[in-house]
Design a protein around this ligand. Structure first.
Ligand SMILES: Cc1ncc(COP(=O)(O)O)c(C=O)c1O
Length: 451
C-alpha cells in the first residue's frame, strides 16, 4: 500500500457549506421565508408537518461537485445516491443537472423509470438483490454493482441471451469510518461487497467464465456523515493498488473507479464538514498521482453522494401543540409530527437545530425538549435545545432534513406522511402529496369471515 504526503487543499470560492438552505431568510418581524415564500403561507397552502426543499441549494451543491471534478480531475461521473431522497421530481431534477442515479431497490428504479430517467446513467446497488431486481437491470441495461456471488448466479441465470452486462465490483477496502475517526483493518465485518483479497481471482474468473460481463471497475463506500478527507482518499488508493495488480497479472485495465459517497453535512453549527470542492480535490489529486505512479490510465472517477446533495436543502415545518412543563425537570414542546417523518433521532441519536418562525432566535431563550406526537417515550426530535420560548400554534423549523427523512418515513401509529414542496425563486410546487386517510386504507383487506 502506498502512502501519500498530507496534501493541502486551498479553495478560495465562497462557501455554500451552510446549515440552513441558501434561500433561507428572516424579515424584520422574524418571519422565515424560503426563496422569498413565507413559511406561514406555505403551511397554510400545504398543511403541516411539511417538508420544504430549496431547489437553489440542491443545484448549488450539485454544481459544486461538477465544477470541482472539472477543475481538479477530468472525466467523472457524479452519481446521486437516491436512497437519501427519491421521488419523481428529484429524479427529474438530477436528470436536468446531468447527474447519474444510484438506486438500491426495484422501487427506486421504478420511480426513475416512471419519469424516463436515462437508464444508462443508473447504477444498481444491494447486498441481496432479488431476481426481479436483476431482471429489471438486465432489461433496462442498468449497470449492476456486483456485490456477491449470488448476484453473479442470478445474472448468469437470467441473462439468457448472454448479452453484454456492465458491472462494477463492490469491495470492502479495509477502511472503516466513523464520523470523527477511521481505522484501517485487514478485513471488515460488512454485509456489503467482496473481500479485497478475493478480487483478483474474481476478475480472472469473470474473464474466463463470463465473457459477456464487462467489468468497468471497482467500488467502495466506507461510511456516511464523514468529516475527514483521508479515508475516502485512502480507499481510492487501496482500489488503485488492486487496479495495478489486475493490470499486471491479468492484463485488464479498468475504465471506472467508484469511490462511493458519505460526505458529511452540518446538522449543528458546531459541525465542521469539509467543503465539497476540497473533498473532490483531495481525492482527485491522490487518484491522479497514483495513476501516474502505477502507469494506469486515469479512470472515469465516480462519486455517489446522497446526503451532501440534498440534506441541507431540506427543512421540516411543524406546528406546536401541547407544551408540558415539569418544574425543575423538563419542558416538553410537542409538535404535530415526530419519528414517523424523521426517524433519525430515535434510530441513531441524530441531532438537529430548530428555530421558531416569527420569533427572534436569539431572544427569550430557554432549554426545552422537542417531542414528537407518536406513542413512544423515545419519540423526541431534539433533546435539551436552547431555543426561543415557544407558544402553542407557533411554527417550528427543523433544519437539514432533506436526506433520510422522507425516505425513511413510516406510517407508525397510522400516521399520514407529510407533503413535500420544492421551492425556487419563481414559485413553489407540491412534489409529494400529503397522504390521506384513504391512502392508509388502500392496501387493507378484510377477509369475508370477518366482514
Ligand atoms: C453504497 C452507498 N453509496 C452512497 C451512499 C450515500 O451516502 P451519503 O448519503 O452519506 O452520501 C450510501 C449510503 O448509505 C451507500 O450505502
Amino acid at each position: 500500500m502506498i502512502s501519500f504526503e498530507k496534501m493541502t487543499v486551498n479553495t478560495m470560492k465562497t462557501s455554500i457549506n451552510k446549515l440552513k438552505p441558501l434561500s433561507f431568510s428572516r424579515n424584520s418581524n422574524q418571519e422565515i421565508s424560503i426563496a422569498g415564500f413565507k413559511l406561514k403561507d406555505l403551511v397554510q397552502t400545504y398543511g403541516s408537518p411539511l417538508y420544504i426543499l430549496c431547489e437553489e441549494t440542491i443545484r448549488a451543491r450539485v454544481n459544486e461537485y461538477k465544477d470541482s471534478f472539472q477543475e481538479f480531475y477530468g472525466e467523472y461521473e457524479l452519481v446521486y445516491a437516491s436512497k437519501a431522497l427519491n421521488c419523481k421530481a428529484i429524479c427529474k431534477l438530477m436528470e436536468k443537472e446531468s447527474v447519474s442515479l444510484d438506486v438500491v431497490s426495484i422501487g427506486e428504479l421504478y420511480t426513475a423509470l416512471s419519469v424516463n430517467f436515462p437508464m444508462n446513467k443508473v447504477i444498481f446497488h444491494g447486498n441481496n438483490k432479488s431476481p426481479e431486481e436483476i431482471q429489471a437491470c438486465l432489461e433496462n441495461n442498468v449497470r449492476i454493482i456486483l456485490d456477491n456471488f449470488n448476484d453473479l448466479r442470478l445474472i448468469d441465470e437470467l441473462n439468457k441471451s448472454k448479452k453484454e452486462v456492465n458491472i462494477i465490483i463492490r469491495v470492502t477496502p479495509g477502511i472503516e469510518c466513523h464520523t470523527h475517526e477511521y481505522i484501517k483493518t485487514g478485513k471488515i465485518d460488512s454485509k456489503f461487497g467482496f473481500n479485497l483479497e478475493d478480487v483478483l481471482d474474481l476478475v480472472a474468473k469473470l474473464k474466463k467464465d463470463y465473457p459477456y460481463i464487462k467489468i468497468l471497475g471497482l467500488h467502495s463506500h466506507i461510511g456516511s456523515q464523514i468529516f475527514e478527507m483521508a479515508p475516502q482518499r485512502d480507499a481510492a488508493l487501496v482500489l488503485l493498488n488492486k487496479y495495478k495488480e489486475i493490470k499486471e497479472q491479468l492484463g485488464i485495465e479498468m475504465t471506472h473507479l467508484n469511490i462511493g459517497g458519505g460526505l458529511g453535512i452540518k446538522y449543528l453549527e458546531s459541525d465542521d464538514p469539509p467543503e465539497i470542492a476540497d473533498i473532490v480535490n483531495f481525492s482527485a489529486k491522490a487518484v491522479i498521482e497514483a495513476c501516474e505512479k502505477f502507469d494506469l490510465k486515469k479512470p472515469i472517477l465516480m462519486m455517489e453522494p446522497g446526503r451532501s446533495l440534498v440534506a441541507p436543502a431540506g427543512i421540516t415545518v411543524y406546528r406546536i401543540g401541547n407544551i408540558k412543563d415539569i418544574p425543575n425537570l423538563r419542558k416538553y414542546v410537542c409538535v404535530d409530527g415526530g419519528m414517523a417523518d424523521n426517524v433519525r433521532p430515535i434510530m441513531y441519536q441524530a441531532q438537529y437545530l430548530a428555530e421558531l418562525d416569527a420569533k427572534d432566535p436569539n431572544k427569550d431563550l430557554e432549554t426545552v425538549t422537542i417531542a414528537g406526537k407518536y406513542c413512544e417515550s423515545g419519540d423526541v426530535l431534539i433533546k435539551d435545545i436552547k431555543m426561543t420560548k415557544a407558544d402553542t400554534d407557533d411554527l417550528l423549523v427543523v433544519f437539514s432534513t432533506g436526506a433520510y427523512n422522507y425516505s425513511m418515513a413510516s406510517n407508525y401509529n397510522r400516521a399520514t406522511k407529510p407533503a413535500m414542496v420544492l421551492v425556487n425563486r419563481t414559485g413553489h410546487n407540491l412534489i409529494v402529496k400529503r397522504e390521506s386517510l384513504d391512502d392508509l386504507l388502500r392496501q387493507d383487506l378484510v377477509p369475508s369471515h370477518l366482514s
